[in-house]
Design a protein around this ligand. Structure first.
Ligand code: GRF
Length: 201
């Protein structure tokens, strides 16, 4: 089925390997209209520019409050008619001010099987806890930290000799598959949200 392309904004702060995976997936129903970055040193900026994608660099350090920073993002996004915001390693927590503006239009990727191991260093948390399986989760953003309705998850086995780096490496590999897939489903209008439940039609 042919669908109109949805405009997506990808928010990044660091390496941007997931941004790269989204670019490389060439999702037919999605156009990366803009990359928003809060960190002038982020390698993700280079990835965007190499692919002729607009970059809005908005350094949170230049703003005296989270709301001011977020208002600037909202202002800049208004030029792009954004249908979906994709957080891909964006290291700022968004306040309810921003979240309510784009309700159920912001998705995030987390390197664990939520609700286990929310927050930072999720792979280390999983190793320290001694779980046998971890993975990654794509979910909608709500006002909590890593608490919104879950869209897709994928499992990674934890090996006895894993380090945080080796485990994170395998998690990254599956992230690069499920994030583009979740974006495709959203952009094709195939996600149906009923309370906390997300059904794929
Ligand atoms: C990913 O592991 C994702 O789960 C987390 O941030 C990391 C971003 O990696 N939210 P990259 O910048 O896409 O390489």
């Amino acid at each position: 089925m042919k669908t109109d392309k949805k405009n997506i904004a990808v928010f990044v702060s660091g390496d941007g390997s997931n941004l790269q995976a989204i670019i490389d997936s060439k999702i037919e129903s999605a156009k990366i209209a803009v990359v928003v970055c809060n960190n002038p040193e982020a390698y993700a900026i280079k990835r965007a520019r190499n692919n002729n994608i607009e970059v809005e660099l908005i350094n949170h350090r230049d703003y005296s409050s989270r709301e001011e920073f977020e208002q600037e993002i909202i202002n800049r996004l208004s030029d792009y008619s954004i249908d979906l915001i994709v957080l891909a390693g964006f290291m700022r927590v968004l306040t309810s001010y921003f979240v309510s503006r784009y309700r159920l239009k912001i998705i995030n990727l987390h390197p664990a099987l939520l609700p286990s191991f929310p927050g930072i260093h999720a792979a280390k948390q999983a190793l320290d806890y001694g779980v046998k399986y971890t993975g990654c989760t794509v979910h909608f953003i709500d006002e909590g930290v890593d608490t919104g309705p879950i869209i897709l998850q994928s499992v990674v086995e934890v090996r006895d000799n894993d380090t945080e780096d080796s485990l994170m490496h395998r998690i990254h590999n599956i992230e690069h598959k499920i994030y583009p897939e979740a974006i495709r489903l959203f952009c094709e209008g195939r996600l149906r949200i009923v309370g906390r439940h997300v059904f794929v039609d």
